[in-house]
Design a protein around this ligand. Sequence first.
Ligand SMILES: C[S@@+](CC[C@H](N)C(=O)[O-])C[C@H]1O[C@@H](n2cnc3c(N)ncnc32)[C@H](O)[C@@H]1O
Length: 244
Amino acid sequence: MAATTGNKELTRDLFNKIAPHYDFVNSLASFGRHHYWRRTLIELSGVFPGASVLDVCCGTGMITFELAQKTGCAGKVIGVDFAEGMLRFARGKRDYLRFRDRIELITADALDLPFADDTFDCAVIGYGLRNVTDLRRALLEIKRVLKPGGKLASLELAHPNPPVFKDIYYFYLNHWIPLLGKLFAGNRSAYLYLNKSVREYPHQRRITQIFEELGFLNTQCLELTWGIAAIHVGTKPMFNNIKG
Ligand SMILES: C[S@@+](CC[C@H](N)C(=O)[O-])C[C@H]1O[C@@H](n2cnc3c(N)ncnc32)[C@H](O)[C@@H]1O
């Protein structure tokens, strides 16, 4: 879940470096909660058997592969990420999966998706919006490639609201996550960025507004685990309601 903000090359380098330990440190740092958060994301994504689905910033493929279990033998899931190191792990895991021939993993930039307009039934982005250098552009790109009526679901770390819990959480983020990063990934600085990126990322209420400003309809925000994470969903209108 680590990240830099503002510099594409640094972000890509960082994820290439932490790729071998990414899944393990994620599980550890979130006390396993990320499985529940991802499952909830997939439930809210609108995925169905036979759907064509895009997973943006797919990383090591954890969400991509769960989506493929839902779309089944008649569906198609495409994961895109710009860090080859992360995709290498995703490709290694894919080889052992059911429906592996229905999963494509592509090296691409979320800010310039290599797909035609109106391609996908639904799209997800897991811990990706916080890491891209231009949040609005990423959302507009996803909206462009969704079919009219298609749904986007985004899972991201957020800002907890309960006062004492919030203090404990930020203490954990500031001190323990970098330590876990050092101990288990040999990279303290990469995990220091997590704190920075979470603090700089807009509050979940603001993200809801941004979805609406960009023309997504039926926008909803679901806070998870007292607001440590949040899922935003929105639907692409049947007719273009904003120029991107
Ligand atoms: C925190 S990881 C999330 C991976 C995965 N979605 C998950 O749930 O574990 C963020 C991913 O976003 C990717 N990323 C960041 N900016 C990107 C961009 N502009 N284009 C494509 N991928 C990007 C990184 O390479 C990294 O793999």
